[in-house]
Design a protein around this ligand. Structure first.
Ligand code: CA
Length: 233
């Protein structure tokens, strides 16, 4: 089951990958790693994480070139990118920013500093992914208490329905295909059938809407589902 903000690490040094994964998972992030630039590009075509930690020098495709390409694609042009590099010279630093990286960390880096930068970047770019409380109209989702309320009353949702609501409320107005929902709600490697998504959307609606309630989950024919961004406004 997917959990915290998702971070893709593109880094070819095993020791650094290990260190990053250990520390990021301890902070509640969901981590995926790739060792080559070209594989990172491929992975980012399938699914866009909340943040990319990108090594400057990678086999297959350099971090610089990958970052440049990501900025040209609609789906990834706003993806938060922190560049990791061994080079600290000012000229290189400027080049890093020219490629479109949001931030820049020089190896060897301090883990607390990197974690602080990741947190700061996510609060800026994906506030809903790190907020404790998600609110839309009379619906509140309390991430700490793992509780959903509507009109002040507790709703009892199954774990999958809870996670699906959380996922959709984090990104109001964005339409997700069944495949994207599978990826986001069940995790990156799930083997669940597309139709299962419809079943859980049905259960979510049943748990969320009492008679007469407006349905905040929008079905977009031929495209998928979205949390109605006009709900409660
Ligand atoms: Ca490297």
């Amino acid at each position: 089951m997917a959990g915290g903000p998702r971070i893709l690490i593109a880094e070819d040094e095993d020791a650094i990958v290990l260190l990053l994964r250990y520390n990021l998972e301890a902070e509640g992030y969901e981590v995926e790693t790739v060792e080559r630039g070209d594989l990172a590009e491929e992975r980012l075509r399938d699914t866009v994480p909340d943040l990319l930690l990108l090594d400057w020098m990678l086999p297959g495709l350099s971090g610089i070139e990958l970052c440049r390409r990501l900025r040209r694609r609609e789906e990834t042009k706003g993806l938060p990118v922190i560049m990791l590099t061994a080079r600290g010279e000012e000229a290189e630093r400027i080049r890093g920013f020219e490629t479109g990286a949001d931030d820049y960390v020089v190896k060897p880096f301090s883990m607390p500093e990197l974690l602080a930068r990741i947190g700061a970047l996510l609060r800026r770019t994906a506030p809903n992914r790190v907020a404790d409380l998600l609110e839309a109209g009379d619906i509140t989702l309390d991430r700490r208490a793992h509780r959903v309320r509507r009109g002040g009353e507790d709703l009892h949702l199954g774990p999958t329905e809870y996670r699906m609501l959380e996922f959709l409320m984090e990104r109001p107005g964005r339409v997700f295909s069944r495949a994207q929902l599978l990826d986001g709600v069940w995790g990156m490697d799930s083997e669940i059938d597309d139709r299962t998504v419809d079943v859980h959307v049905g259960r979510l609606r049943k748990g969320l809407n009492r008679s007469g309630d407006r349905d905040p989950i929008r079905t977009v024919r031929g495209a998928g589902y979205a949390f109605d961004e006009t709900y409660g406004r």
